[in-house]
Design a protein around this ligand. Structure first.
Ligand code: GDP
Ligand code: MG
Length: 438
């Protein structure tokens, strides 16, 4: 699956150290393959990869957590954007009733969705009326009537009457009954044809629905995208309801449909039951497709803890050679909030590189010592460690429960860190790529 593929790809990346441009390119090659295999539209994949590449290579990679995590973050964001950013809603008419017309092929889930949508809106305090405008199969009318009984929502029927008339009369009826939402369940066909489109166009012209929602079956993959494109071109639609997402649909339809039609997915059908309709959340869908909830939440955590402003402030201090032991302590404490040291040291700008330095392998116990030692210093000592003579060092060791050697080692590490960071700064300024293999 797409999730597995991406996870494999990123596992590989996570195992390595620094990412070069070609690493990013390799990763994206696999992302591209995985998306195509998930039945995502070819052109959509091409545009997506180009966008991700543009964002991943360059300064953002340098400023990121680990580059691999940054790539995941970008892929996730671009998938979310692709599906329409934030979730969409039904436009409620200023003068009731709001007329919603459900269209789509046979078996897509229109009738079921009519019931689910009516139920959802009823729970929001609306007074829906469902309309049986699929006259070709007597069972279709009955199906809607049964749903109406279950949900205690009225259903407007006129038997085998012309669907255009049914829709028109239904809107009149809604006005008389003070129903504020009209949901028209239309007929589908096995394939798109002119007869179907003409009928739907006539209904549209007559009742002028506020929302024409196309119901498509997520399991049909790329076909769903083609169907959506045709309906949008021929009839014009305002949004999509993607059904059967509870099955093992490959997600390709969800990814491409907005990009190809320009119309948002508004709801997702998550089962056969009448409460199994949810507003569509592109961000959740992206995470689901990536199958990376854990990684994404780690990134969120990292971002909120080590916010960018702080990092920039540190960089500025470094440039002015004002980086003090207080700043050093603050950085270390921020990292510790994130969890086990090994896993996260790579996340802080500069620290991952420091860890690689020989003799600078910092383990968890040592970090606790470092924090204790710096906390035992006075404010003045933290700003200017050069005043730390022998007696001051002895006092600090005593206060922090460490030995003078520990204090000495910390001061040496701090000196190294400062030098190291300054070198990174200079290399970044001169545009040279840092090389940390010492
Ligand atoms: P229509 O021909 O477009 O009106 O489709 P129906 O509403 O009759 O649905 C066709 C079949 O799909 C029925 O068996 C429904 O129970 C099923 N169905 C509809 N929506 C969903 C969904 O979100 N998940 C699942 N698992 N089945 C669904
Ligand atoms: Mg039906």
């Amino acid at each position: 699956s797409l999730a597995d593929k991406l996870q494999q790809t990123f596992k590989k990346l996570r195992g390595r150290g620094k990412l070069s441009e070609s690493d990013v390119a390799d990763a994206l090659k696999e992302v591209r393959m995985a998306l195509l295999e998930a039945d995502v539209n070819f052109k959509v994949v091409k545009d997506l990869i180009a966008k991700i590449k543009e964002r991943a290579i360059g300064q953002e990679v340098l400023e990121s957590l680990t580059p691999a995590q940054h790539v995941i973050k970008i892929v996730n964001e671009e998938l979310t954007n692709l599906m329409g950013g934030t979730q969409s809603r039904i436009a409620i008419a200023s003068r009731p009733p709001t007329v919603i017309m459900l269209v789509g092929l046979q078996g897509a889930g229109k009738t079921t969705t009519a019931g689910k949508l009516a139920h959802l809106l009823k729970r929001q305090g609306k007074r829906p009326l469902m309309v049986a405008a699929d006259i070709y199969r007597p069972a279709a009318i009955k199906q809607l009537e049964v749903l109406g009984q279950q949900l205690e929502i009225p259903v407007f029927t006129m038997g085998q009457e012309n669907p255009v008339n049914i829709a028109k009369k239904a809107v009149d009826q809604a006005l008389m009954m003070a129903r504020d939402i009209v949901i028209i369940d239309t007929a589908g066909r096995l394939h798109i044809n002119e007869e179907l489109m003409n009928e739907l166009k006539s209904i549209k012209q007559t009742v002028k629905p506020h929302e024409i929602l196309l119901v498509v079956d997520a399991m049909t993959g790329q076909d769903a995208v083609n169907v959506a494109e045709s309906f949008n071109n021929d009839l014009g639609i305002d949004g999509i309801i993607l059904t059967k997402l509870d099955g093992d649909a490959r997600g390709g339809a969800a990814l491409s449909i907005k990009a190809v039609t320009g119309q948002p997915i508004k709801f997702a059908g998550m089962g056969e039951k009448l409460d199994a309709l949810e507003p569509f959340h592109p961000d959740r869908m992206a995470s689901r497709i990536l199958g990376m909830g854990d990684v994404l939440s780690l990134i969120e955590k990292a971002e909120s803890t080590l916010n960018l402003e702080k990092a920039q402030e540190m960089q500025k201090k470094l440039r002015k050679e004002e980086f003090t032991l207080d700043d050093f302590l603050e950085q270390i404490e921020q990292v510790r909030k994130l969890g086990p040291l090994d896993q996260i040291l790579g996340m802080i700008p500069g620290m991952g590189k420091l860890k690689q330095l020989q003799g600078m392998d910092i383990d968890d116990k040592e970090v606790k010592h470092i924090i204790a030692i710096i906390r035992s210093m006075t404010a003045k000592e933290r700003r200017d460690p050069s005043i730390l003579n022998g007696s001051r060092r002895k006092r600090i060791a005593l206060g922090s429960g460490t030995r003078v050697q520990d204090v000495n080692r910390l001061l040496k590490q701090f000196g190294e860190a400062k030098k190291m960071m300054k070198r990174i700064q200079e290399m970044q300024k001169s545009g040279k790529k840092p090389n940390f293999k010492l």
